[in-house]
Design a protein around this ligand. Structure first.
Ligand code: MG
Length: 256
């Protein structure tokens, strides 16, 4: 079910999203060669909890027998890892790496969700371009995030921008509605046809999240049951914000 948020709910969403954005800001400051993804996880958890929130990814059920619930407060996916990387003391970032950090803050009954891909030290221009295109794909998509447009308008804008730049969008995972639940309807693919799908309405809150692979589109899941990597071993980037649909256009709640 697609939920339409009331004015009061939107204010609560705004606050949860503010906390999520704060956590990303602190992570960005901390990124440097030698830091572990476990340390990044602790930074995010501290920011979220000290602002009255709960890191909603921690304990997220896998839904699969034998696969433990998600242990981290963030997903930290390095280089060819696309999403759902598990933070670890053993994963030490080094110059030339990229790391995608996806986190959700839950506060006062509502969720805020955002993801960024960070560079560690110096990376090649080709890597920077992948990250830039992934971010810009989000902004191309939300040009259509306005009451009266269709969900497919957003999906098509994202997918066609990524492909025009010679990269691949991940098709097995998608963005989603968000609110009292981390994952609500509708699903928001990063490819599709414009003019199709759900009609957007004021008060919808959507987590729009291009996941982009530099090479071919295939993915694999690691044996931990969580981490998703690119099948061809090429780099992957992720960019996500929680967006409020209004009559006049999008309002990005996780950029402060
Ligand atoms: Mg997310």
């Amino acid at each position: 079910m697609v939920t339409i948020k009331s004015k009061r709910e939107i204010e609560l969403m705004r606050e949860a999203c503010r906390v999520a954005a704060l956590a990303q800001q602190e992570i960005e400051k901390a990124i440097k060669p030698g830091i572990s993804t476990f340390e990044l996880d602790k930074i995010a958890e501290n920011v979220i909890r000290s602002n009255g929130g709960i890191p909603a990814e921690k304990g997220y059920p896998s839904g699969i027998k034998g696969v433990p619930d998600f242990p981290g407060s963030i997903c930290a996916s390095v280089n060819d890892e696309v999403i759902h990387g598990i933070p670890s003391k053993k994963v030490i970032l080094k110059a030339g790496d990229i790391v995608s950090v996806d986190l959700v803050a839950y506060k006062n009954g509502y969720n805020g969700d955002c993801a960024r891909t960070y560079i560690v030290g110096n990376v090649p221009e080709t890597t920077k371009k992948l990250i830039e295109v992934t971010k810009q794909a989000f902004f191309e998509g939300i040009k259509f995030a306005k009451e009266g447009n269709r969900l497919g308008d957003i999906s098509h804008a994202i997918g066609s921008y990524v492909e025009k730049n010679g990269y691949s969008v991940v098709r097995e995972f998608q963005g989603h509605g968000i609110g009292a639940q981390m994952h609500e309807d509708p699903g928001i693919p990063n490819y599709g046809k414009s003019g199709r799908g759900l009609r957007l309405q004021e008060g919808m809150t959507l987590a729009i999240e291009p996941m982009v692979i530099m090479g071919k589109p295939g993915i694999l899941e690691l044996e931990d049951g969580w981490t998703i990597i690119s099948e061809d071993g090429s780099l992957a980037a992720h960019y996500e914000n929680t967006v409020l649909i209004t009559k006049n256009g999008p309002e990005i709640l996780t950029i402060i």
